[in-house]
Design a binder for this molecule. Structure first.
Ligand SMILES: [Zn+2]
Length: 260
């Protein structure tokens, strides 16, 4: 079954995590239910807090509670502006179109992705600050087993990577606020320090993340609200990749990185 067939003529999903990354539970309406096989279904809701896989961030998982019965959300997939929830029902009752549903995001993995995602933005800034040049990010992975960020160009020395890690951990201690802004198309092109704008699809409104005092980065992912919640950043190795280099890293627990 093709996802493009499942979402045909479906309205764009209201992305609840765009405005509140800390939303763990939400209420929605079932707009479409397509059976795959057995108890496995594809479900489209009017709004969702489930972050689909994308931008280096893994898919959220969780639970859906229907008026009758419940389901496990195995993954969320983004297709043509629509979040498709791939679910496995706990009973044989089929999901009812038009009915209300309650969604619950598996918070522990999601919060870790938020910490890693914010850590990756922070490290991007710090590797530039440590070297005095601008490394273009090529991609990232924020899930298991080994999170990383890829940069274009020749790798700096390990000494510089360690220096960038030290800077990042200083900013973690400073508890800088992490802000989300929504800018329209005309304004985004005035944000001249947004390094990844050419990699994004053309939009009318851009969501921009900005660690206080740093550059603005257009990004649709979920972030923590202060750098202190990252806890700590540890780099775990550097290797060459096609056209650049990969920095493996992870977050460490700290006094402010407890699950809120
Ligand atoms: Zn981001």
């Amino acid at each position: 079954m093709k996802l493009s067939d499942i979402v045909v003529n479906a309205p764009r999903t209201e992305l609840l995590y765009f405005k509140d990354s800390y939303l763990k539970e939400f209420q929605a309406k079932v707009l479409r239910a397509v059976k795959e096989q057995g108890r496995s279904w594809y479900l489209i809701l009017d709004q969702s807090a489930f972050h689909p896989k994308g931008g280096g961030q893994p898919s959220d998982t969780g639970k859906l509670l229907f008026l009758v019965g419940s389901a496990q959300v195995k993954k969320a997939i983004f297709e043509s502006g629509v979040v498709v929830h791939y679910i496995k029902l706990d009973t044989d009752n089929p999901p009812e179109v038009g009915a209300p549903v309650r969604g619950i995001v598996d918070w522990e993995p999601r919060y870790k992705y938020m910490r890693r995602h914010t850590a990756a933005h922070l490290f991007d800034h710090c590797i530039n600050q440590a070297t005095g040049r601008t490394y273009r990010t090529m991609g990232s992975w924020l899930g298991e087993p080994k999170p990383y960020v890829d940069y274009a160009g020749e790798p700096p020395s390990l000494e510089v990577i360690t220096q960038a890690q030290g800077l990042a951990n200083t900013y973690v201690e400073e508890a800088l606020s992490v802000n989300i802004d929504f800018l329209d198309k005309s304004k985004i092109h005035n944000v001249s320090d947004a390094p990844n704008i050419e990699r994004l699809p053309e939009n009318d409104v851009y969501r921009v993340v900005r660690i206080n005092g740093f550059e603005s980065i257009p990004c649709g992912g979920t972030h923590v609200k202060a750098t202190s919640e990252i806890g700590g950043i540890k780099t775990l190795g550097v290797e060459a990749v096609n056209g650049g280099f990969r920095v493996y890293f992870d977050v460490e627990d700290g006094p402010s990185s407890k699950n809120p």
